[in-house]
Write a new protein. Structure first.
Length: 294
């Protein structure tokens, strides 16, 4: 018997947990809702986007999506230690692997990509050869002086790049250490964004960075700046989906790492960490960085 991808039953278990989960959807099946290639495409014979159409037909709306993730649009997840552990096992944690940092060798080699430095090296070699031919060992002074200048430039540039790498890591660490409001078992509490799990109900509000990929359940004047992630130049208004506004093609999909520039609402977390759109993009960039030669 073959099930559709959207209705795939996730059957993950852990001997330490002692039980199987009750999730109808996995991270890959839910990720289609955030596909940026189809979010602006209209579903044939409808007035809504392909993503919104899939939310209604394949996931039975936000309520069906929440049920499929063993959550509730009012009270959220159960929130026990076992529940959290099972969700991390099934969907991953909200910790994105840090960007691969450059090694000391890479930092030292980087300045040599500069054309001017390459010209200086050639000039130093030529000057060294000419000086030795014309004046013997005493003629090495000019060539060695140029090489010394090249060494200083290389060390200073590598040092500056090392400081920038450290500053970026600290900035990334501070961003990951932010907190947010969630509703678990009907109780509102503050947790680290790294502790968010799929199925959580997160409170989104003006000025916050969206901590995970999520779908709005309720909203009031919400708009987001997604330019850094998708390249969209304008702020995008976000609306939760109702029977009344469905035909007007509301956009309830909020992306991790984007900025909520206005409004407030409550959203259902559907993907965390490396499974989010930004997490997948970061993973691709890391792979490309490793494959790109100096």
């Amino acid at each position: 018997m073959t099930d559709s991808k959207q209705n795939k039953q996730t059957e993950l278990s852990d001997p330490l947990l002692g039980s199987k989960n009750n999730y109808k959807f996995d991270a890959d099946s839910v990720s289609v809702l955030f596909n940026q290639d189809t979010i602006k495409e209209m579903q044939p014979d409808t007035t809504v986007s392909r993503n919104l159409y899939q939310l209604k037909t394949n996931f039975a709306g936000v309520d069906g999506l929440a049920q499929g993730l063993d959550s509730n649009t009012i009270t959220g997840i159960e929130g026990t230690k076992e529940d959290i552990a099972q969700r991390v096992l099934a969907f991953g944690s909200n910790q994105i692997k840090p960007r691969k940092t450059k090694t000391c060798c890479e930092l030292l080699m980087e300045p040599f990509e500069d054309t001017i430095l390459k010209i200086l090296i050639v000039a130093a070699i030529v000057q060294l050869i000419i000086g030795i031919i014309q004046h013997g060992a005493a003629g090495m002074v000019d060539g060695v002086s140029i090489f010394l200048a090249i060494a200083i430039i290389t060390l200073v540039t590598a040092g500056n790049n090392y400081v920038k790498e450290k500053q970026f890591q600290e900035l990334q660490k501070k961003q990951d250490e932010s907190t947010c409001l969630v509703i678990r078992n009907g109780i509102q509490s503050t947790v680290s964004t790294e502790e968010l799990v799929v199925g959580d109900l997160v409170i989104v509000s003006y000025g916050m960075t969206v901590p995970a990929d999520c779908v709005l359940i309720t909203s009031s004047g919400v708009s987001c700046d997604e330019g850094a992630l998708t390249g969209e130049p304008d702020e995008l208004k976000k609306f939760h989906v109702t029977e009344e506004n469905y035909d007007f093609n509301p956009n309830p999909f909020m992306l991790r790492s984007t900025l909520c520039v206005s409004g407030e609402g409550r959203a259902l977390v559907t993907a965390v960490g490396d499974k989010t759109l930004s997490g997948r993009a970061d993973a691709i960039l890391n792979i490309e960085a490793e494959l790109t030669p100096l």
